[in-house]
Design a protein around this ligand. Structure first.
Ligand code: BES
Ligand code: MN
Ligand code: ZN
Length: 495
């Protein structure tokens, strides 16, 4: 979908030719003499429409308006969140129509600034996304062009550009997390990363079983050993900062399918475990957005990718393996595999002398129980890092919630047979998983995002959400030091 930003007056909006004109209606009073204002005022007065977020009113060829249809979309008090809901509802209503060219008017909205323009663009892309990779007849996307109309370019341009860049990252993350596991193997994931490596400022390196064995990643290898699909360890680099600047490292859990292994999962809904690489998908999506936005900082992405399968050669409950850190691990439950691949990636991250490491993982069902699908779980032993991530969640409307890391939660990980066990009891499962990871993250400021509840929707809207790409991108943009020189200009850096 193509986006364009334009300044328009209410009168000009009425004259804009398009298939559909979406007018966001906030708390402002509609006193203008133009046809759109008159329509809005009339509908509100007649109580056929109210400005509640998500409410819609459709009009076909209304007089004095060049657009074929007009959609009034209630945006409540005009908050960024309400703008998002309004645009989402309106675009979703147009998804299955003939509409190709949309004008989306934010003109007159109280908060038509950076954040709401960005939210509007993201909501457009989000509402019209269709998965079609494994359909024999790919759905035809009729909606092709959205013109976002605002009162002032100056206050909207940056938000608009950010929204467009971010939407590409979110779409990529959704795409990969939605793909069935036989269409998103570790090898295919690595190929997708290689494609990103062609974008400006990007480099990608992929390690296979031999290199990973040489590094001593015994924990990661133990998870992969039950599968016919060879593991991949993907290293992405975005260099926007100076050569000497310490990078931020993002680590994404890349379990392309999680059967549970020998500790096998029940059959019901096991198909959904294709999104157990949602963390990896969010890292790929974040790098896609970085390629668009070109911030002045260095970022490393690490993705340990493999399947978790039961097999004659699979790792067994009670097996003890040696991680890259040298710590031995008793694998009491082969379904707690995410932490086993992440711990070796955390140790690998040390070589970058990072200023911060954030791992992103669909790690525990317990986190789904604790926080549902609204907020991701945020764990961090570093106050400043925790605050930056929480703030990025708020500003991007991609929320997270800080969880505790008291040492008492690690008691259950003790075992007689190794340095640490990979599971504790059922109680506080999301926290004990984080405590396991923390043992491998002592050499840098570290945070962990448990996205098991937020990366995916079950039920009628079944599919990936692209979260937490917005949170990660806002976090990274906030890491750019204002005094530093801007990113090196590269040709073709903008789409
Ligand atoms: N990938 C799952 C976690 C998960 C569950 C993600 C539901 C999304 C939705 C993870 O590998 C897992 O199986 N975790 C176990 C850990 C347990 C064995 C300690 C879990 O949550 O049950
Ligand atoms: Mn599992
Ligand atoms: Zn898993």
């Amino acid at each position: 979908m193509d986006f364009e930003l334009k300044t328009l007056t209410p009168a000009r909006i009425c004259a804009e030719k398009c298939d559909a004109l979406i007018v966001l209606v906030g708390a402002e009073t509609w006193t203008g003499a133009d046809a759109v204002s008159a329509l809005a005022a009339l509908a509100i007065k007649a109580e056929d429409f109210e400005n509640k977020a998500g409410k819609l009113l459709n009009a076909y060829r209304p007089p004095g308006i060049a657009a074929t249809r007009v959609l009034l979309a209630g945006a409540g008090d005009g908050s960024v969140k309400n703008v998002r809901s309004a645009v989402h509802a309106a675009m979703a209503a147009l998804k299955t129509t003939n509409v190709r060219h949309v004008v989306l008017s934010l003109v007159g909205m109280a908060a038509a600034d950076h954040a709401s323009v960005r939210a509007a663009v993201l909501a457009c892309a989000d509402a019209t996304y269709v998965y079609s990779t494994t359909k024999s007849k790919p759905a035809v996307q009729k909606l092709q062009r959205v013109v976002v109309a605002v009162s002032s370019l100056a206050s909207s341009r940056a938000g608009f550009d950010k929204g467009v860049g971010l939407s590409k990252g979110v779409a990529l993350a959704r795409e990969w997390a939605n793909r069935p596991a036989n269409h998103a193997t570790p090898t295919l994931l690595a190929q997708a990363a290689k494609e990103l490596g062609k974008l400006p400022g990007m480099r990608v390196e992929v390690l296979g079983p031999k290199e990973v064995a040489k590094l001593g990643m015994g924990s990661f290898m133990a998870v992969a050993q039950g599968s016919e699909e060879p593991l991949r360890f993907i290293v992405l680099r975005y260099d926007g900062g100076t050569r000497t600047e310490a990078p931020v490292v993002l680590i994404g859990k890349g379990i392309t399918f999680d059967t549970g292994g020998i500790s096998i999962k029940p059959a019901a809904e096991m198909d959904e475990m294709k999104y157990d690489m949602g963390g990896a998908a969010s890292v790929l999506g974040t790098f896609r957005a970085l390629a668009e936005l070109q911030p002045a900082l260095n970022v490393v992405g690490l993705i340990p990718a493999c399947e978790n399968m039961p097999d004659g050669r699979a790792v067994k409950p009670g097996d003890v393996v040696t991680s890259m850190s040298g710590q031995t691990i008793e694998i009491l439950n082969t379904d707690a595999e995410g932490r086993l691949v992440l711990c070796d990636a955390l140790t690998y991250a040390e070589r970058f002398k990072p200023r911060a490491v954030v791992d992103i993982a669909t790690l525990t069902g317990a986190c789904v129980i604790a926080l549902g699908g609204v907020r991701s779980g945020l764990f961090s032993s570093d106050e400043a890092l925790a605050q930056s991530l929480a703030a990025a969640g708020d500003s991007s409307l991609d929320l997270c919630w800080r969880m505790p890391l008291d040492d008492e939660y690690a008691e259950g990980l003790k075992t007689h047979f190794a340095d640490v066990a990979n599971v504790a009891g059922r109680a506080g499962g999301a926290i004990t998983a984080a405590k396991f990871l923390q043992r491998f993250a002592g050499k840098f400021p570290w945070a962990h995002l448990d996205i098991a509840g937020t990366a995916w929707k079950s039920g009628t809207a079944k599919g990936s959400t692209g979260r937490p790409v917005p949170l990660l991108v806002d976090f990274l943009m906030g890491q750019v030091q204002p005094a530093r020189p801007a990113a090196r200009k590269r040709s073709g850096s903008r789409a």
